[in-house]
Design a protein around this ligand. Structure first.
Ligand SMILES: [Zn+2]
Length: 358
């Protein structure tokens, strides 16, 4: 039939296609490898999710004294906390008997690391995401997390947690290190130091950036907005504290540094084997017994997954659960097949310490 002609592809195009296919395959492999840094993967059945803190939990706290900008009335302008839908709401299974009690080793920790401001305003979701805390892996599905997440819609403003200089502002070209892409990122080198070492606050996955390299910023200064640039499963802030060096290997647990809500505190501790070594990825449950607010959530987490994350040099912790309302809590720590139980009192603005040995 007239008009029908089979076009012969020039050889050059075919060769280009082959090259393109290979490149595409390499990209897919690379992206798969990178994805685990900060992306919260869809959980499988085996994940024991922590419930997201509810608005009720956050609702009773008053604005922090540390910020120098006018604080909004907490109840008036609050938006609903966005739900990260992939996670099923699962009631904890109470079959973890036998439960043995252990003695908490209470120490009087210095509180200096709890002085930083919050990176997100109180009118937005300013609670650390409990599903992927520092050093945890979501039951081995992700790389040990070198930071913490704050889930918020794109466009929510981000603020400096302390005064300092902007030492990085722009798209992550790999200089921030690690196996993930931070997208649009800001790094502040704080004016305060820790044991003479510089402290860096890292903000990842930003949408817009409104500060410039070498700019000096006071605490609570707007830096830009929440986004999902880089390897992110949706809009959120990936936040890190780095001490000594501005690199991926020098992170610390931000929940030991960020100032808790006025009537909230932090649970931290360590889980050790018979020889005093860290037990990796031991399950930890923090269950409310008697607290100032009604029915706060039970939290599920684990000890640090390995040594790619760093304990604080003073505490030597291998788990932290921050953002706990003050009151009595039961801490359950799984060693082997058993859960050990300890009742602790979470005090406002303080770290409560527990330690358990195999
Ligand atoms: Zn992250």
């Amino acid at each position: 039939m007239p008009g029908l002609a089979i076009k012969k592809e020039p050889r050059g195009i075919k060769e280009h296609e082959e090259i393109f296919k290979i490149l595409r395959a390499l990209c897919v492999v690379a992206v798969c490898f990178l994805a685990a840094a900060c992306v919260a993967a869809s959980p499988a059945e085996s994940v024991t999710p922590s419930p997201r803190p509810t608005l009720d939990q956050v609702g009773d706290v008053s604005p922090p004294p540390s910020t120098n900008r006018p604080q909004p009335t907490f109840t008036a302008t609050r938006k609903p906390t966005p739900l990260k839908t992939p996670y099923p709401t699962k009631i904890p299974n109470a079959t973890f008997t036998p439960v043995k009690s252990f003695a908490a080793t209470l120490i009087a920790p210095p509180q200096i690391r709890l002085g930083l401001g919050r990176p997100i305003d109180w009118s937005d979701s300013n609670v650390v995401d409990p599903y992927y805390r520092y050093g945890t892996t979501q039951n081995g599905k992700l790389h040990p997390h070198h930071g913490v997440e704050f889930y918020n819609p794109a466009g929510v403003p981000l603020y400096s947690v302390g005064e300092g200089w902007i030492v990085f502002a722009g798209p992550d070209t790999g200089v921030l290190g690690g196996v993930g892409s931070y997208g649009n990122a800001v790094v502040i080198e704080l004016t305060q130091t820790f044991n003479g070492q510089p402290i860096f606050a890292v903000y990842g996955h930003m949408d817009t950036i409104t500060v410039k390299l070498n700019q000096f910023v006071p605490i609570a200064f707007p830096l830009g907005t929440v986004g999902s640039t880089g390897m992110a499963d949706g809009p959120h802030l990936h936040f890190e504290i780095r001490v000594g060096y501005n690199d991926y290997e020098s992170t610390r647990n931000p929940e030991l540094w960020l100032k808790p809500f006025p009537s909230w505190g932090v649970l931290a501790g360590r889980v050790l084997d018979k020889d005093g070594n860290f037990i990796y990825e031991a399950s930890i449950i923090a269950r409310p017994i008697e607290t100032a607010i009604k029915n706060p959530s039970t939290f599920y987490s684990s000890t640090y997954a390995n040594e790619t994350v760093n304990p604080d040099p003073f505490y030597g912790e291998n788990f932290v659960i921050g953002d706990l309302v003050a009151g009595k809590w039961e801490v359950l720590i799984k060693i082997g097949l058993e859960y050990r139980s300890q009742i602790v009192t979470i005090k406002p603005q303080q770290i409560t310490w527990v330690e358990v040995r195999e």
